[in-house]
Design a protein. Structure first.
Length: 161
């Protein structure tokens, strides 16, 4: 059974987001081993950080993210410059990765300043959810739902219409 990890920066504070993610995690149990790894946000020294301070935060968070990915894992970085896929294309991608012999897929959601170039360079896929901007907590809910939908598509389930 494939393992799917969401590796992300920051904790979810809103109960309604946590409840939604927990529901999709429960629904995913027949399809994969699903987990979410939350890494702490890097502290910034002041309320108006300069570009250098922001870059320090991005790099520090990137190092911690990369420590959580395995050398043989398939890594998908969620970033604005990534490609956009339909739900059907996303499902085919998950199937393809699974059939290629990879046992783990890591989806990376960075902090509020984005992902480091090291994380993006490590990624096998750069994926964008939309041209719109979403809160990082909501991105976890959307991604969890799309992973569940992808499995339902590939198994001809009733969820996807």
């Amino acid at each position: 059974m494939i393992r799917i990890n969401i590796i992300c920066i920051g904790k979810i504070k809103e109960k309604y987001f946590t409840d939604a993610i927990n529901e999709y995690a429960k629904r995913l149990t027949p399809f994969c081993k699903f987990s979410i790894t939350e890494l702490p946000e890097e502290k910034i020294r002041n309320n108006s950080p300069n570009a250098s301070q922001i870059q320090e935060v991005i790099e520090a968070e990137g190092k911690r993210i990369l420590q959580k990915t395995g050398a043989a894992d398939y890594v998908a970085a969620m970033c604005i410059e990534g490609i956009m896929m339909s739900s059907e294309e996303f499902s085919k991608m998950l199937d393809s990765v699974s059939l290629s012999g990879k046992s783990t897929i890591d989806f990376i959601i960075g902090g509020s300043y984005g992902l480091s170039s090291a994380v993006k360079n490590r990624a096998d896929l750069k994926l964008s959810m939309s041209k719109m901007t979403f809160p990082h907590q909501m991105a976890r809910v959307i991604l969890s739902e799309q992973i569940y939908r992808a499995f339902e598509i590939s198994t001809n389930g009733k969820y996807h219409k």
